[in-house]
Write a protein of this length. Structure first.
Length: 381
């Protein structure tokens, strides 16, 4: 009698195991409900432009990945996404989060039954990534702290732009490095993506809305190359700002400019093409560098030269060894180039402001841009 009871119990146990095994298999074919997922992130105030362009399922996937990725899991369950949704989600995750350093540029999604899993690829291990992220954020906060005495979004943006240009060198042979904010702010070497992500992070920490855009940069010789820069919102208006092209490392002047600091769609469209996203509505010139500094001119005349002289004197007094001007029409620009550079009238301009200035300046070098109508002079005092 006892043997039959034991046998019955063994049969029941085997049947139960089969039932549970079948139930686990069955669960793979039941889609996970993500309706209770809060569409929030890890407690921050980041401005996520691309997130808001996604479908609801892609937003849920974005949120789940962002909240879990720090621990470097092998996979993260997300809602099933088609190829287009997944591509948009992954790009949004990358473009919205300049402090996200750990993921490679490629990843994929796998399906098990009705369930989808995001499978990330990592640049480095979790501990190294965490340390680099902390280092990046510490550096970024240190730079942002330099603007604590001003409430002007324009002035803050100017400090960030100038800091990046002054402390970062453009990588011409980049390989696989130079694409992150860490590269720009900590190693001091980056490509356009690193410049743009660094500016994005600093603006974000200062509470200034901005997002990344991509396109094709066309150089003066007609060469074309993929490019990235920023759209920033100042005073409720959108502007293009391209810190990479403002860095003149490769020029004789070895300095930086503000040629592409807060410019319009029309202005940047002269040599920045195929812009994505399009329709950025950058039409205002109010926060343009040359407008703000009073160095945008429609004519090259005595009033222009007087203004240039005063600006040069003030810059030299403040330890700034450059002067930049922008001419809104070709005739004024051509006249300025001829007089200031070929006729060396830049020294006369300095004399107008202060008769002693020409004696204080050992040499003047310049960079001209016929495409944009800008001139920059550097003084060796």
């Amino acid at each position: 009698m006892k043997k039959r009871t034991l046998a019955a119990l063994l049969v029941l146990a085997v049947c139960a195991a089969i039932v549970f095994t079948n139930f686990d298999t069955l669960r793979m074919f039941i889609p996970t409900r993500f309706s209770d997922t809060e569409l929030v992130y890890a407690d921050d105030d980041a401005m996520r432009y691309y997130y808001y362009t996604l479908s609801e399922d892609a937003q849920i996937a974005y949120t789940r990945i962002l909240n879990d990725i720090e621990d470097h899991p092998q996979e993260i369950e997300i809602p099933p996404l088609d190829d287009e949704e997944f591509s948009a989600m992954f790009q949004a995750l990358s473009y919205d989060n300049p402090a996200l350093l750990c993921m490679e540029n490629e990843s994929h999604i796998i399906m098990r039954g009705a369930k989808a899993y995001f499978v990330p690829q990592y640049v480095t291990d979790a501990e190294t990534c965490r340390a680099q992220t902390e280092e990046l954020l510490a550096k970024a906060h240190e730079i942002v702290a330099k603007t604590s005495s001003t409430s002007s979004a324009y002035e803050k943006e100017l400090v960030f732009h100038d800091y990046i240009c002054q402390n970062t060198s453009y990588l011409t042979q980049n390989g696989s490095i130079g694409y992150t904010a860490y590269d720009a702010l900590l190693t001091g070497k980056a490509v356009c993506e690193g410049y743009s992500r660094a500016l994005q992070l600093l603006l974000e920490l200062a509470g200034i809305p901005n997002y990344l855009v991509t396109g094709t940069g066309v150089d003066d010789d007609g060469g074309r190359e993929g490019h990235m820069w920023n759209i920033v919102t100042i005073g409720g208006e959108n502007y293009h700002v391209d810190a990479t092209w403002d860095d003149l490392d490769a020029e004789e002047i070895h300095h930086f400019s503000h040629t592409y600091f807060n410019v319009t769609d029309a202005y940047i469209g002269v040599n920045h093409e195929d812009i994505v996203p399009s329709g950025n509505n950058c039409t205002s010139e109010a926060a343009n560098y040359y407008v703000q500094t009073g160095l945008r001119f429609s004519a090259y005349d005595n009033a222009c030269r007087q203004s240039m002289g005063r600006a040069a004197a003030e810059n030299i007094r403040r330890g700034i060894d450059t002067l930049e001007v922008y001419f809104t029409n070709e005739q004024a620009y051509a006249e300025a180039v001829t007089d200031l550079t070929e006729n060396s009238a830049i020294y006369d301009v300095l004399y107008l402001a202060n008769p002693r200035l020409p004696d204080q300046v050992d040499e003047v070098v310049y960079v001209r841009s016929d495409t944009t109508g800008t001139l920059q002079f550097a003084f060796e005092v």
